[in-house]
Design a protein around this ligand. Structure first.
Ligand code: CA
Length: 241
């Protein structure tokens, strides 16, 4: 039985796409390339993939538009966005559109593989058929202050609405909930949630926190539950401050 995970590379730079294809295959993945957003969306409508490496700057539809359309169509395949260096606004926009993680170009192949592994491991946790996986987390839901986080169905219900969460958002929330009351550094989050030990830009974490606040806080700019601890990181307080 072939159990190779399938990765779709959406990248218009042929050299880079071929290099990624070669390396992913060498790592035991099945991989395919699409050179633009329209092609990627058409392919994803026909064939299932386990994750997507999605370049932002594409001819025609941008990577942002692609991930937005996927999410609007209820496709929650994990997406790792490849962004241009020096464009932090890309990171924000990517997460806003529903990407699970991002990597600025040019990137180290080892880091890309680590991030991809992180996304795929999460996917495995959330698949019912893998319920016996030793990585399976037993925290199914958490309720606080009239809000409900459903870790199994990737949803948060708060302030009268239900919002679909990405895999990374669920993992980050779960880690914060499990460690409620404790001050958690950005470095710890990077290592424990993103599973990345390399020196990585921690802005991704701050951006995720901003998003989570929009879901659960009455006033995201004055958070009561998901607090910033200046110079260190974050603290989750289920009962509010
Ligand atoms: Ca490009």
């Amino acid at each position: 039985m072939s159990t190779a995970l399938r990765i779709l590379i959406v990248e218009d730079e042929a050299h880079l796409a071929q290099g990624l294809l070669f390396n992913l295959q060498a790592e035991g993945y099945e991989a395919a390339i699409e050179g633009d957003g329209e092609g990627a969306l058409a392919r994803l409508a026909r064939e299932p993939f386990d994750a997507i490496l999605l370049d932002v700057m594409l001819p025609g539809k941008s990577g942002f538009e692609v991930v937005t359309e996927l999410r609007a169509g209820q496709n929650y395949v994990p997406v790792l966005m490849l962004t241009a260096r020096g464009r932090p606004e890309d990171v924000l926009e990517g997460f806003g559109a529903g990407a699970d993680d991002y990597l600025p170009k040019p990137f180290d192949l080892s880091i890309l593989l680590a991030r991809l592994n992180g996304l795929l491991r999460r996917l495995k946790w959330h698949r019912p058929e893998d319920a016996n996986s030793d990585a399976k987390d037993d925290l199914r839901a958490f309720e606080f202050a009239g809000r409900r986080i459903d870790f199994e169905n990737l949803e948060v219900t708060a302030l009268g609405r239900t919002i679909r969460l990405t895999l990374m958002e669920v993992d980050l929330l779960r880690y914060l909930v499990r460690n409620q009351g404790r001050i958690i550094s950005r470095k710890e989050l990077l290592e424990q949630v993103w599973r990345v030990r390399e020196d990585t830009d921690t802005r991704a974490i701050d951006n995720f926190i901003v998003r989570l606040r929009r879901y659960i806080e009455d006033e995201p700019s004055e958070p009561r539950y998901l607090k910033t601890v200046r110079g260190i990181g974050y603290r989750f307080l289920a009962s509010g401050d």
